[in-house]
Ligand binder design. Structure first.
Ligand code: CTP
Length: 473
């Protein structure tokens, strides 16, 4: 197969080929770019491999421009990188050993193109396109990656045990590519995942979470999680999620399988958001169900308090998974904690104050919370689904009405602590906090409006009752 037509639109490829010719080096475009080119998925990362020094080729390419182009050389790893407009060009010499982009291990032995291709992760990632003028555009595809692209299959070029022991992270990459591309994992390769799953333990948390997040950002992440679960890869780094799986029964009373329910919620939320953290909130929303599960003869299975316990588990799980411990974690934690609250507002008799309290607690994340609640409706009974969603429409309307009236979404106390201290001549003390808190409570309860005038009036009343009087001027 010759791909001249496909690569000719990318001017820089021909330039690299010409530089390689001048140096007398065999050079190729390899890996993900070739795969994506054949899949017609645009990619801006170009990986070049040459038989010889990748660094000298990169240097030659950089020098071939009239203007300055930034070149970074990583001598220890034998690689170099050029940034050119929005393109990222990577250069490496062909290697005999496992190819790893981010390996901390220094350079491995030089090899031929075939040896280099042997040590790549999957047949669809092991294709190379020649860019020397004599064979420009020729596809070098020793493992029939083209066929696997057509068959939609992820398969290791060598025995999976060899490919996976070169770099166990590749097991997660197999699942990630399958999920992103909607491919199957070839049965022999999948058996390799099962056999080698425990070897994932030697991989750093940072590399694992990078792949997991890519799975979560795919169009249908549930597929990836099912593969992770069946292969037992998930068990290696996220046992709390594995725990969700299973159904218990007592007599004729059983509960739903919370693992598959969670996956459904995750897929549902993917239809309304691309945001990684809202997707994480879907993953975490029922995480404490196993820990709070009880059976009661009258009501059947209960999971009381799973939202609070889940919120408490969130930082621990985030820390363990090397997820950020900043406001992104707090956001997920908040949504986990509040995810049952909108359901409680469905009732017609719900007071404005209950709605106001929720809006106050959720703040600007109240819309995301509603998305999560909608995604959480996974009944198979379509009438039920319709009814639940209609109920949430009502809740959203109530939220809007209350918000228009009271503006508590980003609540700022109408009287500040400084003002209270100034008016009564107080120094920072407990009583100042109490006054502020009582004013806020009165606003949320709807006893006074959310405005300065009524807040000040109430403040004087409360102060009087506490025996505090206005400062004499
Ligand atoms: N590779 C590998 N084993 C790894 C990582 C990478 O064999 N653990 C090889 C593959 O040939 C891969 C290439 O290096 O195609 C580039 O790696 P990378 O940039 O991580 O992945 P891409 O395939 O380009 O895909 P994406 O950009 O979607 O991550």
């Amino acid at each position: 197969m010759n791909l001249t037509k496909e690569i000719d639109q990318i001017e820089v490829i021909r330039r690299v080929g010409e530089c390689a010719d001048e140096l007398g080096l065999e050079a190729y475009v390899v890996g993900g770019f070739v795969r994506d080119l054949l899949l017609k998925r645009p990619s801006k990362d170009l990986d070049f491999v040459c038989v010889g020094s990748g660094i000298s080729l990169a240097q030659k390419v950089a020098d071939s421009f009239d203007h300055h182009v930034p070149l970074s050389v990583f001598k220890n790893f034998g690689t170099a990188m050029i940034k050119l407009e929005d393109w990222e060009l990577e250069f490496v010499g062909a290697r005999k050993e496992s190819y790893r982009h981010d390996s901390r291990k220094p350079i491995v032995e030089d090899g031929t193109l075939q040896e280099d291709q042997d040590r790549r992760d999957f047949t669809i990632n092991a294709m190379a396109i020649s860019i020397n003028s004599a064979s420009y555009g020729d596809l070098v595809d020793p493992f029939d990656g083209v066929r696997d692209l057509k068959r939609k299959i992820i398969k290791t070029p060598l025995d999976p045990d060899t490919t996976f022991s070169d770099d166990p992270l590749r097991m997660l990459r197999a699942v990630r590519f399958a999920t992103q591309l909607g491919f199957d994992i070839e049965p022999g390769t999948f058996d390799g995942l099962i056999r080698n799953a425990e070897r994932l333990q030697i991989i750093s948390g940072e590399r694992i979470i990078d792949e997991l997040n890519k799975i979560i950002l795919a169009e249908k992440p549930s597929y990836g999680f099912k593969l992770l679960f069946v292969s037992k890869l998930l068990h290696q780094f996220f046992p709390e999620m594995v725990e969700l799986q299973g159904v218990d029964s007592v007599g004729d009373k059983s509960h739903k399988d919370n693992f598959y329910h969670t996956l459904q919620v995750l897929d549902n939320i993917c239809e309304s958001t691309d945001d990684l953290w809202l997707r994480w909130a879907a993953i975490m929303h029922d995480i404490a169900k196993p820990a709070t599960k009880r059976f009661n003869a009258k009501v059947g299975w209960t999971f009381h308090g799973h939202e609070d316990k889940g919120a408490r588990m969130t930082p621990k799980i985030f820390r363990k998974l090397k997820l950020p411990m900043d406001e992104r974690m707090k956001y997920v934690q908040k949504l986990v904690r509040l995810h049952l609250r909108p359901i409680a507002l469905v009732n017609d008799k719900v007071t404005d104050s209950a709605v106001r309290r929720l809006v106050y607690e959720a703040g600007d994340d109240v819309d995301d919370l509603m998305k999560l609640c909608r995604a959480d409706v996974t009944s198979k009974n379509s009438n039920k689904v319709k009814r639940f969603l209609a109920n949430f429409d009502k809740v959203e309307q109530k939220i809007q009405e209350v918000e228009e009236k009271d503006h508590v979404r980003n609540f700022q106390p109408p009287v500040s602590g400084e003002e209270i201290m100034e008016i009564f001549g107080l120094s920072p003390s407990k009583v100042v906090g109490e006054l502020k808190e009582e004013i806020k409570e009165a606003i949320l309860e709807g006893q006074i409006g959310n405005n300065k005038e009524q807040a000040i009036e109430l403040m004087y009343e409360l102060a009087k009752a506490k025996g505090i009087s206005k400062k004499e001027n």
